[in-house]
Design a protein around this ligand. Structure first.
Ligand SMILES: NC(=O)c1ccc[n+]([C@@H]2O[C@H](COP(=O)([O-])OP(=O)(O)OC[C@H]3O[C@@H](n4cnc5c(N)ncnc54)[C@H](OP(=O)(O)O)[C@@H]3O)[C@@H](O)[C@H]2O)c1
Length: 283
């Protein structure tokens, strides 16, 4: 089975390439240089010419704060690009696996969000991702949208930011009133590749929206404590969101309920602390 991956240079894109051999799957890896997903005709040609059995879209505009000033760019990549991929997949009669975000929610719910909860993004990035979800769902029946959260395991993420800041700061103030489920890029890749196989099974018809994030839920402060555990640690101070002003508003609660993915695909929530230890051990 041959899978075309867009955004192959990103955290999840890189992890998909690393994990594919273990799943016995071939990847056609296209980074942004090889395929700009905002170019509709290039997207159509890439899917037509490579003849994949399935497409995974790991390309996205992910700069949450910058998006507030780059609305058009965020929507071009996260909404238009997603739709072009859905159109190309439809023309080839193959499924599209797409990744979305916990930031489609406003965070006012007390418990974990299920797939049927209403979305209400608080920032441009979340709105652009929500638009991408809607465009895919309206274009292509054979789609899986995997909402995930707080991705780490690549180059640019909270873990590496903390380690970098830890080298130069004696004290760090970290937001302690936003809760989510950190998720390792390798776990997301394994999940997407397992799903890729299962959706090809004859008679599969559980396409649609799924939640997938790491457990247990934690705040950014709790995540930072885990990152520094066992190393030389700067003094960590928990602070409220209001004390760390940034351009984009974030949801206070973006914990995702992952029971649907367990029920349909038998995929468990990953333990982010175990994944974090593995990643830190390799550094
Ligand atoms: N990171 C998170 O915390 C997080 C949380 C929830 C959900 N997600 C979702 O998870 C998915 C993967 O995220 P990630 O963390 O792997 O992001 P990432 O590391 O930022 O990777 C995204 C990749 O997309 C590429 N890209 C940007 N514009 C493109 C375009 N027009 N055409 C083709 N490729 C383009 C980027 O290339 P350049 O670097 O060259 O621009 C980058 O390699 C995304 O859908 C994201 O929205 C991420």
């Amino acid at each position: 089975m041959k899978i075309l991956v867009t955004g192959a240079g990103g955290q999840v894109g890189t992890a998909l390439q690393a994990r594919a051999p273990a799943h016995g799957l071939d990847i056609i890896a296209l980074d942004r240089q090889a395929l700009d997903i905002t170019d509709a005709s290039a997207v159509a040609a890439a899917v037509r010419d490579n003849r994949p059995d399935l497409v995974i879209n790991a390309a996205a505009y992910t700069a949450v704060d910058k998006a507030e000033a780059e609305t058009e760019k965020a929507f071009a990549i996260n909404a238009d690009g997603a739709e072009y991929l859905a159109q190309a997949a439809k023309a080839a009669a193959i499924p599209l696996l797409h990744i979305s975000t916990d930031f489609v929610f406003d965070g006012r719910k007390t418990g974990a969000y299920v797939e049927t909860d209403a979305i209400a993004p608080l920032n441009v990035y979340g709105a652009s991702k929500a638009a991408g979800e809607a465009r895919i769902a309206a274009t292509l029946e054979k789609h899986i949208i995997l909402r995930t959260a707080w991705v780490f395991g690549g180059v640019q993420n909270f873990v590496n930011t903390m380690l970098r800041l830890g080298e130069t700061h004696k004290e760090l103030s970290i937001v302690d009133d936003q809760r989510g489920g950190p998720t390792a890029s390798h776990d997301i890749a394994d999940t997407l590749l397992r799903i890729a196989k299962q959706v090809q099974a004859p008679g599969f018809d559980d396409f649609g929206l799924y939640h997938y994030c790491g457990a247990p839920a934690v705040t950014w402060f709790g995540f930072a404590e885990a990152i520094f555990r066992g190393r030389e640690t700067p003094k960590l101070t928990p602070i409220p969101t209001e004390s760390y002003p940034v351009p984009a508003t974030r949801p206070k609660n973006s914990v995702l309920d992952c029971s649907r993915i367990k029920r349909v695909f038998d995929i468990d929530q990953p333990d982010w602390q175990a994944a974090l230890s593995r990643i830190l051990d390799q550094q």
